[in-house]
Design a protein around this ligand. Structure first.
Ligand code: MRU
Length: 395
């Protein structure tokens, strides 16, 4: 059975509550932009592409529900203004991942031109929005599959060292739970596995919020991919292993925002892994759809890094232990830090472009040019829907 983090049909959106994983699989209904905002902020849904899709579809559901109650304005400009206000609000949910702002800008543009069209009505503007939001869900899966194939080709060509099988280390969760399906970095691992070329996937625990041990490990077990969990602090020792042991051919991570120069914001701990990769001569690949590349952000210094509540570091949730068996129905939150300690909890860090060997998107792998610089402009077509939109309104 395929793991589905986002269940959608027109007028109905359910998201798998990722705060409950891996202990329980519970879906929450999202009926409005406000529900979507809260689901994103509280990290019941997370991962850069999934955040954008849940936000877009949450508003699509709200519009359908309003229309179903005959409360949708018949005036095109009024629906356009309503959508714009909701998109601006949704973008405030989490600041670092650019996919949400990118989706909001594209949707706003679509709604603007729908409102200007001959004979436009409130319904036609709503329909244009809903159709475009639904298309984002479809496109994300096909983009991820393309990322997986390009990434697998690149690793097997550049990192396998003549071996038939490779082991790959990944960080955070970038799989079906973080996207509309298949995943980005985890999609690359899936594609390598599908070709029979994966010896073993390693996933790092990803402190403090444990997306690796809770979510990636869950996906790898679910999909029966040979995998081993390590703590973040074991990565250096793991990369040092040589010979018949599980030496790592490549580290593949996702991204929340790739700046124009290639500096990449991703889950906290990514930067340390990139330094370790450089030291050990291990290839370091970033996997992300083009919607994660932000040509308007010049370098990593311009990326806003979200800081999250200290309790996400000092408290941990898990099933309570009764005798020798775990009671999965009873989840307890326990403190794992000294009371009163100050906490710094940045959710992301920035890996400098110099530590990154390639960025794989649905269009292929971009490597640095002979000038030592990434040139992403080439993967955005000069015209048509592929073009990276410029800022519209307040977004
Ligand atoms: C395909 S998901 C890419 C990134 O969003 C992922 O690596 C990541 O950092 C997720 O962070 P999270 O805080 O769990 O939303």
């Amino acid at each position: 059975m395929v793991l589905e983090a986002i269940k959608y049909s027109r007028g109905k959106l359910d998201i798998l509550d990722q705060l409950q994983l891996p202990h329980t699989e519970v879906y929450d209904e999202v009926k409005s932009a406000q529900d979507a905002w809260h689901a994103i902020k509280e990290m019941r849904t997370r991962g850069a592409p999934a955040i954008a899709i849940v936000a877009a579809l949450g508003l699509a559901v709200e519009l359908e529900l309003i229309a179903g109650k005959n409360e949708l304005s018949s005036v095109a400009e009024e629906v356009e203004a309503f959508v714009q206000e909701k998109l601006e609000y949704l973008v405030t949910s989490r600041p670092t991942a650019v996919n949400l702002a990118d989706a909001a800008r594209k949707l706003q543009k679509i709604v603007q031109s729908a409102a200007k069209a001959q004979g436009a009505s409130g319904t036609s503007v709503k329909d244009a929005y809903v159709k475009a939001a639904e298309q984002m869900l479809v496109d994300d899966v096909s983009d991820n599959k393309a990322i997986g194939e390009h990434g697998a080709d690149w690793i097997l060509k550049n990192a396998a060292g003549g071996k038939d099988q490779v082991s790959i280390l990944t960080h955070c969760n970038t799989g079906s739970l973080a996207t509309a399906g298949y995943g980005t970095a985890l999609g690359v691992i899936r594609s390598v596995h599908a070709r029979g070329s994966l010896k073993r996937a390693f996933c790092s625990e990803t402190r403090p919020y444990n997306q690796g041990s809770r979510l990636t490990a869950f996906e790898l077990v679910h999909d029966k991919i040979p995998a081993t969990l390590v703590t973040d602090s074991m990565a250096a020792a793991l990369l040092r292993l040589k010979g018949p042991n599980e030496n790592i051919a490549a580290i593949v991570v996702g991204a929340d925002r790739v700046a124009a120069n290639g500096d990449t914001a991703n889950k906290i701990g990514t930067y340390s892994l990139a330094i370790l990769a450089k030291h050990h001569g291990v290839k370091f690949l970033v996997a992300a759809p083009r919607t994660t590349i932000d040509l308007e952000t010049k370098s990593g210094a311009d990326i806003v890094i979200e800081e999250r509540a200290g309790k996400e570091m000092t408290m941990i949730k898990g099933p309570c232990v009764k005798g020798v068996s775990l009671d999965l129905k009873q989840i307890e939150t326990v403190s794992i830090a000294a009371n009163g300690i100050d906490v710094w909890n940045p959710a992301f860090d920035v890996t400098p472009a110099e530590l990154i060997d390639g960025v794989v998107t649905e269009k292929g792998v971009v490597e640095k040019g002979s000038d030592g610089v990434f040139h992403f402009e080439d993967i955005f077509a000069a015209s048509g829907s592929d073009v990276k939109p410029t800022t519209v309104g307040g977004l």
